[in-house]
Design a protein around this ligand. Structure first.
Ligand code: NG6
Ligand code: CA
Length: 502
């Protein structure tokens, strides 16, 4: 045998061996909608709106019918996704103002850190809403940290909080982009800064009126009143109509750049959160007003990512997870016709409640996972939560979680891969208070608050008497069985106490 031949054989053997030994490292894209409800997609039964791209994604993978965010608002749900810990265990994890300090610990395992340890390139594009910097007072004109890059993302392109809050700017890694040094940004949530008009004083300047009693009438940016005051940074301020395509472009750049290495992309979209101001090509398309148009934009965006993966030949070995951070709301601060043009659409599907609520629609959201080479198309009734992805991916990519980290995350890998319908046995849902689910029974403790939040038009789940629902037969929480089954009430109320004290 000549040398060349021997070398070739050796090479083939080495290659073969290293392939056999290689741990599974699919790319992972986590697409997070903002305030999208259980009934907002046609694959979840919507009849008044069509979402063909997300439907296609669902048809290629698992569509979960009992998939949850931990909470009925954004910050806590995102906190749990990142840390694998119930957010109510830590103070200060409620909806954050736009100038809040970072609330994710930098010394604990997070979802992106797990991927980083396994050699992935990690990136976040989109809405952050988990705080930035060490403290509230910060200089928006210099390096801002700690933030996403300090909790595990190699690359970040974000906006700080929500689209209805200042500062209305993008940050790439540690800096606000497109900032003119001669026009520094100042942000304040208590006192007015600078001379920009506010929605309160100048409603005639608004292209979207704020809803009475809901604020959103401080500094005007792009014809929209925001929560909070901001001055300066004129060249850095975003145009709402371009938000979504800006994020899409950045997400696609991240995918292209990292196509050769395994990557984890957290793509946090802003639809259909307020202010709903989609690009012109979606305006008027849904017939359901701006909220419906924003959902069409969301669906199109997901389709663009799917097309790109296909074109790069990455579609087979990329896991896409699509879900939402909390349930739906119609009037969340702006008069955008979400209510008046609803046209019989049911954003919460057959569920009760919505955003902010302890009832099912608060946290039960669309939840889809697709991995064409490994996961068979199916509908799964397993109870799964976004908080469980950390422990589940730890198994998939073989990265142990140090003791004490991600304490509430459960390894549900078999459920996520469609090999089992066994999900969580116990789960706590956070609305205004906490409710507990065990083996299909749900208990909401008696509470004093209002049963109906008039401002947003949503049932809160508060009631002066305890509530017990059999979700397997009554997902719509119509029949309160608390009086009929006092022992069940006792059992669940004890479980809730024990988990809270853990
Ligand atoms: C609420 C805002 C609402 C929205 C929400 C955060 C008022 C009256 N309402 O406080 O408009 O911004 O916070 O939404 O200010 S979330 O999806 O990010 O949790
Ligand atoms: Ca949200």
């Amino acid at each position: 045998m000549n040398k060349v031949k021997a070398l070739t054989i050796l090479c083939i053997l080495i290659c073969h061996y290293s392939f056999a030994q290689k741990p599974v490292k699919p790319n992972v894209i986590y697409i997070y909608a903002d305030d999208l409800g259980y009934g907002d997609l046609s694959c979840y039964g919507a009849k008044k709106i069509q979402t063909p791209n997300i439907d296609k994604l669902a048809a290629s993978g698992i569509r979960f019918t009992d998939g949850h965010a931990t909470s009925a608002t954004c910050t806590p749900s995102r906190y749990a996704l990142m840390t694998g810990q119930y957010p109510w265990r830590k103070q200060g994890t409620g909806i954050l103002p736009g100038d809040a300090a970072l609330i994710i610990p930098t010394d604990k395992t997070t979802l992106p850190k797990l991927f980083k340890r396994a050699g992935y390139q990690t990136g976040i594009v989109g809405k952050w809403h988990l705080g930035l910097g060490e403290q509230v007072e910060k200089d928006w004109n210099g390096e801002i940290k700690p933030g996403p890059n300090e909790v595990g993302f190699d690359y970040s392109f974000i906006f700080p909080a929500t689209a209805d809050r200042v500062p209305t700017v993008f940050l790439e890694n540690h800096n606000v982009i497109a900032l003119d040094a001669n026009d520094p940004i100042a942000v304040d949530y208590k006192n007015k800064v600078g001379n920009d008009p506010t929605g309160k004083e100048h409603p005639e300047l608004l292209k979207l009126q704020s809803s009475p009693g809901q604020g959103h009438n401080q500094t005007i940016v792009n014809g929209i009143g925001r929560i909070g005051y901001m001055s300066g940074g004129k060249t850095a301020r975003w145009v709402d109509e371009e938000l979504s395509t800006t994020f899409l472009t950045k997400a696609q750049q991240f995918i292209t750049t990292n196509q050769k290495s395994p990557f984890f992309l957290y793509f946090a979209l802003t639809e259909p959160h307020v202010p709903r101001m989609p690009a012109t090509m979606f305006r008027g398309k849904s017939g359901l007003g701006l909220r419906g148009d924003a959902i069409l934009q969301l669906d199109w965006t997901v389709g663009q990512i799917m097309q790109q993966l296909k074109a790069l030949n990455l579609d087979k070995n990329t896991i896409i997870i699509f879900t939402s951070d909390n349930g739906p709301v119609l009037d969340d601060g702006y008069q955008d016709e979400a209510v008046t043009k609803l046209n019989g659409h049911t954003p919460a599907g057959n569920l009760r409640g919505g955003k902010y609520s302890m009832l099912e629609a608060g946290t039960r959201v669309p939840f889809i996972l697709s991995w064409p080479t490994k996961v068979k198309p199916q509908v799964s009734s397993a109870l799964v939560s976004q908080m469980d992805l950390l422990a589940s991916f730890s198994k998939l990519i073989n990265q142990p979680i140090p003791k004490g980290d991600a304490p509430d995350s459960e390894n549900l890998l078999d459920a996520f891969l469609g090999k089992s319908v066994k999900g969580r046995s116990v789960f706590i849902e956070q609305g205004g208070g906490l409710a507990v689910i065990k083996d299909g029974w749900k208990y909401i403790p008696a509470s004093k608050g209002e049963a109906y939040d008039k401002l947003v038009g949503i049932e809160t789940g508060n009631s002066p008497s305890p509530q017990l629902y059999n979700l397997k037969e009554d997902a719509g929480e119509k029949n309160n069985l608390a009086e009929k089954y006092p022992l069940k009430v006792k059992e669940l109320s004890d479980i809730l106490l024990v988990i809270k004290q853990k």
